[in-house]
Design a protein. Structure first.
Length: 153
């Protein structure tokens, strides 16, 4: 099997399948109700909702660059986007999770089409090649999945 595809398969499992590291990130997010996901009474003071938005944003940046467009999120909110102050309903939380899943699936599908010359090329004109940038997306999911699992006091 192509090693690049093997990495993407592993990342997909960590997102929505049999995770080596515990419950997969998508299931971890879904295990929280909207009130639980927006609760700031966590070890670090972050919310599950906010971390989920952060993970989504990171994937969206890479997907947008691969598609040759600007990310849909405002440039000033590229790290941790603000969690809305009101309207944190279960339906909205489910919509956020659905958007996160759609972005993940689109990025995964696009990443599967990339070949060696492109993966070795510079991401965004910097020194990091695309392959390393995308691998950072994979490990970013792993990190924040563990963070969410350990947020409860």
């Amino acid at each position: 099997m192509n090693p690049w595809i093997r990495l993407i398969d592993y990342w997909d499992r960590e997102w929505k399948g049999e995770s080596f590291n515990g419950r997969c990130l998508r299931e971890e997010l879904a295990a929280h109700t909207a009130p639980q996901a927006s609760d700031t009474h966590t070890v670090e003071g972050y919310t599950v909702w906010g971390v989920g938005l952060h993970v989504h944003r990171y994937k969206e940046i890479f997907l947008a660059r691969l598609e040759g467009r600007e990310p849909v999120f405002p440039a000033g909110d590229l790290d941790f986007p603000p969690v809305p102050a009101e309207g944190l309903t279960q339906a909205r939380w489910q919509d956020v999770q659905a958007a996160m899943a759609a972005t993940h699936d689109a990025l995964s599908a696009r990443a599967r089409t990339l070949e060696e010359p492109f993966l070795d090329a510079s991401f965004d004109g910097g020194e990091m090649p695309w392959a390393e940038g995308l691998i950072s997306v994979f490990t970013h999911d792993f990190y924040h999945g563990a963070q969410i699992r350990n947020m409860k006091r």
